[in-house]
Design a protein around this ligand. Structure first.
Ligand SMILES: [Cu+2]
Length: 159
């Protein structure tokens, strides 16, 4: 069931990307064409015992690989309300923690030195605005970070 959802989402994402490239070409939006030409988007999240450092951003409806690396000396977690719906699949060393009833996503935990990849795609908001995806460590709740889902479609005529 989850696999089927993933394939459907990928299809939808590919179609959306095709549409974006066509739209951009007719508006001669060179920088945006370059962004989509690189293919899948990527966000890097590095964890130390002091906190998170984040490189990169993504855009709505774009399949994005989020690499999360624990360079700390103790286990750390990562959780966000957005991950409940927007993470399509997890690969690598992260362990998915469930809620108290044993169902439903609660967080991912990573041992020191381990890496995981979250395949992420967040739908655009009804008002087409850039949004922040806040996340934090459920084991050490003072550790917080965020990345942006940058909406660009408004810039060339709301296509
Ligand atoms: Cu932590």
């Amino acid at each position: 069931m989850k696999a089927t959802m993933y394939v459907k989402n990928r299809l939808r994402v590919s179609l959306a990307m095709g549409a974006i490239v066509l739209t951009v070409m007719s508006f001669d939006g060179r920088s945006v064409v370059q962004a989509t030409d690189q293919g899948q988007m990527h966000v890097d999240i590095t964890i130390t015992d002091l906190g998170y450092s984040v490189k990169g951003h993504t855009m709505p409806d774009q399949l994005t690989s989020i690499t999360v690396r624990n360079n700390g000396t103790i286990p750390h977690g990562i959780t966000s309300p957005a991950f409940t719906t927007a993470v399509l699949k997890k690969e690598g060393d992260g362990v998915e923690m469930k809620d108290s009833q044993g169902k439903g996503y609660r967080a991912y935990h990573l041992q020191p030195g381990k890496t995981m990849t979250l395949h992420f795609s967040q739908a655009s908001t009804p008002d087409r605005t850039t949004t922040q995806v806040p996340f934090w460590c459920d084991l050490h709740t003072h550790m917080k970070g965020e990345f942006l889902v940058v909406e660009t479609r408004g810039e060339f005529g709301g296509g």
